[in-house]
Design a protein around this ligand. Sequence first.
Ligand SMILES: CC(C)(COP(=O)(O)OP(=O)(O)OC[C@H]1O[C@@H](n2cnc3c(N)ncnc32)[C@H](O)[C@@H]1OP(=O)(O)O)[C@@H](O)C(=O)NCCC(=O)NCCS
Length: 180
Amino acid sequence: MALRTICQEKSRKLGGGISRKFRYWCCKHLFKKIGKVCNIERHAFFGSGKDIEIGEFSGIGLNAHIPKDTIIGDYVMMGPNCFIYPNSHKTDRTDIPMVKQGFTESKRTIIGNDVWIGRDVIMSPGRHISDGTIVGMRTVLTKDFPPYSVVGGAPCRLLKNRKQKNEIDEDRNIDIATRN
Ligand SMILES: CC(C)(COP(=O)(O)OP(=O)(O)OC[C@H]1O[C@@H](n2cnc3c(N)ncnc32)[C@H](O)[C@@H]1OP(=O)(O)O)[C@@H](O)C(=O)NCCC(=O)NCCS
């Protein structure tokens, strides 16, 4: 590699590091909560940042749209272009145009711990992504699934489970034991 290319690459990395730190610093002041190690990618949109929480070792992906009142857990990976809708157009009435009906009430989105969201995922309002879930690329997430699910498609469906059935049963037993 030519010296010039190496220098260009180094300065790009250096500049990237500074802007990454700056983005983190901004979010630290805007979000309700942010972990000590988080990566906020470029062109992420999060409005005023009001009531957004993000845990440790998690990221907000390139071009993501994260509305207020979104809770993101620990160890969450988010691919580019993740779009979370907080609400929808009202469409109940047919006597007036939809454009005049306003919006439905906003709903909170909750993303659990240890979740991987692939690229180009769109979420309908009020989704709760359970711990350990993988959301495949290009999923239109309109439903909630149990922990450790691998989901994908439009409309989304359960593709497989990351845990074997006996592991799930053991988890259930632990849950029941700790509740009693
Ligand atoms: C979801 C994912 C992790 C599954 O990978 P995998 O475990 O190797 O699964 P497979 O490729 O064996 O696919 C299993 C089944 O799911 C289907 N499938 C896989 N990914 C899918 C997706 N995104 N949407 C819909 N169906 C999908 C496959 O067609 C296959 O279906 P079949 O059993 O009917 O044949 C992967 O496909 C994916 O989407 N990764 C995200 C990649 C990405 O976005 N990276 C960049 C951002 S970090």
